[in-house]
Design a protein around this ligand. Structure first.
Ligand SMILES: [Fe+2]
Ligand SMILES: [Fe+2]
Ligand SMILES: [Fe+2]
Length: 416
């Protein structure tokens, strides 16, 4: 499918009344976990579009152009509300959180497996097994506080098991910056993957930093705080991959193309009839945004869309799938990696005076204050073991003991 060859609806057809913006919520008992992931990801992307257009408006001096961006922004706002209000009243914040972490694992695995650029693939795989660990920590909180096994929510699509432990994921910010990718040379799949992954991580941070202080107990509030810091770091890594030489209108075109790709993917993969109609409608609206972006790029920069997106046929579509074997392989091979400026390196190759150890000592020197550790030990104290749901045992021997949380692996050079 080439979205530039499709005939779009008029852009103003995207303006809806209140009755249409407010959707019928899904049933949390009946929804397929992958439908839920698509809903959360769509919300992430629409939030990202609102923020992108806000910053565009602040960086543009031409009010005619600002009016056009403002119209696009208004429709992104409506889309975001429609999608985000699909969540039912009875789904708790923590249950939604399990969805965010499941999404991060499933999406990152899907993108990494389809990523043609080896460097970008490495960036994805690096954070994939960190989000796997977040899913495990939040699942322990859910079981501890609500006696709800997270496997009920994610079914058997993903393992709930330790990844590279959260305590090891706190790094000096100098090690969060990646090399940017040259978008004039990159494959279209790479550009789409980076934009989608960055939106996902950014919205996860937004969600935790906004709702985390409303959790009803201290341990949970602390866990949200700690994981929000890491999500922000992941978002920063992904965002630093984006080509800083793109103009605002080139970026606008890429963003609208990305949204078309997303909704076309979702439409093709969605078994829920009502939700499928939502993806179809949003796809039509995004086609009209894309057409608008094509016109603005030509009018203000005298560039054709082909100069930005030469091969406009969509690459392989996003499809959530069982990636448990792949995630296990990445975990086994990469658990000991940490970030060393723009690259990744085994923890035991870092010099003793590396920033990583300085930062670790600053934030983690008192292990009793580290919530990601405490949540698992609290579960162990109450139930004798941690909460897991695994198809096969964890591939890392150091995680075999379910009565002790390993806080040394991937963090301390000699005690792996
Ligand atoms: Fe949108
Ligand atoms: Fe995460
Ligand atoms: Fe859009």
């Amino acid at each position: 499918m080439n979205p530039f060859e499709e005939k779009p609806i008029p852009i103003n057809d995207g303006i809806d009344d209140w009755a249409s913006i407010y959707p019928v919520s899904y049933s949390k008992q009946r929804i397929d976990p992958y439908t839920k992931l698509r809903i959360i990801l769509s919300n992430c992307v629409e939030v990202g579009e609102i923020l992108f257009k806000n910053i565009f408006l602040c960086n543009c001096t031409n009010n005619d152009l600002r009016r056009e961006v403002s119209l696009l922004r208004r429709i992104e706002q409506q889309q975001q509300k429609h999608i985000n209000w699909l969540k039912p009243i009875d789904e708790t914040t923590l249950e939604t959180t399990i969805g965010y972490e499941h999404l991060e694992v499933a999406l990152t695995a899907c993108l990494a497996q389809n990523e043609p650029d080896g460097y970008v693939k490495q960036v994805f795989e690096f954070s994939l097994i960190e989000d796997l660990d977040h899913l495990y920590r939040f699942s322990n909180l859910l079981d501890l506080d609500s006696q709800i096994p997270a496997q009920q929510l994610v079914q058997s699509y993903v393992d709930i098991t330790p990844g590279r432990p959260a305590i090891a994921q706190h790094r000096f910010p100098f090690d969060s910056v990646r090399h940017s990718v040259d978008f004039t040379k990159a494959d279209i799949a790479t550009k789409l993957n980076i934009l989608i992954a960055a939106s996902c991580q950014q919205q996860t941070e937004n969600y935790y930093m906004n709702v985390g202080n409303s959790y009803y107990n201290d341990l949970g509030r602390r866990l949200y705080l700690e994981i929000a810091m890491i999500e922000g770091d992941h978002a920063g890594q992904y965002r630093s991959l984006i080509d800083p030489n793109c103009t605002w209108l080139e970026k606008l075109l890429l963003h609208e193309y990305m949204e078309c790709y997303l909704y076309h993917s979702f439409y093709n993969d969605e078994p829920d009839k009502a939700i499928r109609e939502v993806w179809g409608r949003l796809f039509q609206q995004e086609l009209s945004h894309l057409q608008k972006a094509v016109g603005l790029l030509m009018q203000y920069e005298n560039k054709s869309f082909e100069q930005v997106i030469p091969n406009a046929v969509f690459p392989k579509l996003i499809k959530f799938d069982d990636t448990r074997n792949y995630v296990r392989t990445v975990l086994k091979e990469q658990v000991l990696l940490t970030a060393d400026r723009e690259r990744y390196a085994p923890i035991d190759t870092l010099p003793d005076d590396h920033d990583y150890f300085f930062y670790q000592d600053r934030v983690n020197h008192d292990i009793k204050t580290v919530a990601s550790h405490n949540v698992v030990t609290s579960h162990m104290q109450k139930y004798n073991i941690d909460y897991r749901a695994e198809e096969k045992t964890n591939p890392v021997d150091a995680f075999a003991d379910r009565t002790a949380d390993n806080t040394q692996i991937a963090r301390s050079p000699n005690k792996t």
